[in-house]
Design a protein around this ligand. Structure first.
Ligand code: SAH
Length: 467
């Protein structure tokens, strides 16, 4: 497997031309889930094609160093293929691995980490088999669905990958089925009251997105109507109708986003009915979740992920722990029962409010949450001579800043538990920790948080090398 940009063609000209038709064998799968065929070392990237398959393709694009092609006919079929009746999901990126069987998906994710380690000569670090799901569909507890007009009718659906083509859809395959139902109900209510869908080109209309969250254990549902306009016409009637049709909806929020951007949520919220947060549980701890807070999207797998963190941290009750990038405090509160004190830091203020509420709701007193950047707070804590025994980091895709790694190392923890959602930045950051006297203590544990997609989540436990 490899990243598209790393491939180089030695010659000056592509050996294929746009619109050419040819037959090729798929040799590899990119990290984005595209099949790769080689024509005289020149890589052609092909959607919905798996290694070993012979396919007749039509060249869509022939750049100097790589091209894209589309399958016209599949001449042989991989043993790992799952036949799908429609391939919209593949095209859109909702489920780019839907055509690969689940066992192979789990191995694809493990292999990605193995290969990235091997590229920087860290073959010595082992990677455990990916922990998967029994039912790897309909797992997402959150949906953010665009709303557009198609032939004058308000529709909910998705955009095709890398395009502005909107396709109406009702079964999203990877979302909680109840969430799909609530989206349909809300869509029908908006139609009934003749509410206008957002029009991107003209930047007019009302409803841009419907966001729905559902507590896996509590079944509490939050509906967020993202509007371009400040006013939501027929607001009271819409709210009443949602409550009448969906009694499990206990939070209805209007979020105003007036910007011409593809960022989904704006800054301004209006609570239209019910509560500002819904509740859910993870490993028996209750969490309040606001519209703007990050909350892991796959609850069953999150429980497994956090168990791997708990095992990795191996606390006895005496330790001081830092949870950097703590979100609504899920990891902090999971570890608090086995620690003397837990410090958490998170950049989104609403999430920190949730985290504090969550500590109180679970009567957990040995935690302290701070609002701000993890980079700054780690430095502050280091200057305050806080001596954590264990530091947990769970950064976004871009990984850790070098300054944070330096502060972490200076604080002299025995262990660092790195929860990563991007193996490329994980491997980059591990190299720095290794240089600074840490070692990877046990095999890296991938946990499949996002079945049918290409995302790879993992837990790595680092220990001081001289121990
Ligand atoms: N550990 C939590 C959240 C992980 S997601 C959980 O398991 O649910 C990463 C979190 O980091 C998000 O909540 C995001 O808002 C936050 N974040 C992003 N950049 C940050 C930064 N520079 N400093 C602190 N938090 C940050």
């Amino acid at each position: 497997m490899f990243f598209i940009k790393e491939e180089k063609n030695m010659g000056n000209k592509a050996p294929v031309n746009k619109n050419e038709k040819l037959t090729v064998t798929i040799e590899d799968l990119t990290y984005q889930g595209m099949g790769v065929a080689k024509v005289e070392h020149y890589p052609l990237f092909i959607e919905n094609a798996l290694p070993t398959e012979r396919v007749k393709v039509h060249v869509l694009k022939a750049a100097k160093n790589y091209g894209f092609a589309k399958v016209i006919e599949r001449l042989s079929t991989s043993e790992q293929r799952v036949e799908v009746t429609e391939n919209q999901y593949l095209q859109t990126g909702i489920a780019p691995l839907q055509h690969l069987n689940y066992e192979a998906q789990l191995e694809f994710k493990r292999t990605q980490i193995v290969e990235l380690l091997s590229k920087v000569h860290l073959e010595g670090i082992k990677v455990a088999p990916t922990i998967g799901m029994t039912e790897p569909y309909h797992y997402r507890n959150k949906a953010q669905v665009p709303v557009r007009a198609v032939n004058g009718k308000l529709e909910t659906g998705f955009f095709k990958k890398n395009s502005h083509t909107f396709v109406p859809l009702e079964d999203f395959l990877i979302q909680d089925k109840r969430i799909d139902e609530v989206i349909k109900e809300v869509r029908d209510i908006l139609r009934e009251f003749n509410i206008e869908a957002y029009d991107e080109r003209k930047h007019n209309g009302v409803i841009r997105h419907i966001m729905v969250r559902r507590g896996y254990y509590t079944h509490e549902v939050m509906v967020v109507l993202v509007t371009r306009s400040k006013r939501l016409p027929m607001q009271e009637q819409i709210v009443e109708a949602i409550q009448a049709k969906c009694p499990d909806v206990c939070s209805i929020i209007q979020n105003v986003n007036q910007a011409s951007t593809n960022v989904i949520l704006g800054k301004q919220d209006k609570l239209l009915a019910g509560k500002e947060q819904i509740k859910d549980q993870l490993n028996g701890i209750t969490f309040n979740i606001s519209a703007h807070s990050f909350y892991q999207v796959n609850p069953l797998q999150t429980e497994k992920l956090y168990k791997a963190v708990v095992e990795g941290a191996n606390l006895t009750g005496k330790e001081t722990v830092i949870d950097a990038y703590c979100g609504i405090g899920t990891i902090s509160l999971t570890l608090a029962a086995k620690a003397a004190k837990v410090y958490g830091v998170e950049i989104v203020p609403e999430a920190v409010i949730d985290a504090k509420l969550n500590a109180a709701a679970n009567e957990i007193e040995n935690v302290q949450f701070e609002t701000g950047s993890a980079e700054e707070w780690m430095q502050k804590w280091e200057e305050q001579e806080i001596k954590p025994n264990v530091i947990v980091v769970d950064p976004p895709r871009k990984g850790l800043a070098e300054s944070l790694i330096e502060s972490a190392v200076k604080m002299g923890p025995d262990k660092i538990v790195y929860v990563s959602c991007n193996p490329a930045t994980l491997v980059r950051d591990l190299q720095l920790f290794l240089e600074k006297g840490f070692k990877v203590a046990q095999p890296i544990q991938p946990v499949d948080q996002f079945p049918q997609t290409v995302h790879v989540e993992s837990v790595t436990v680092l220990e001081r090398a001289e121990k």
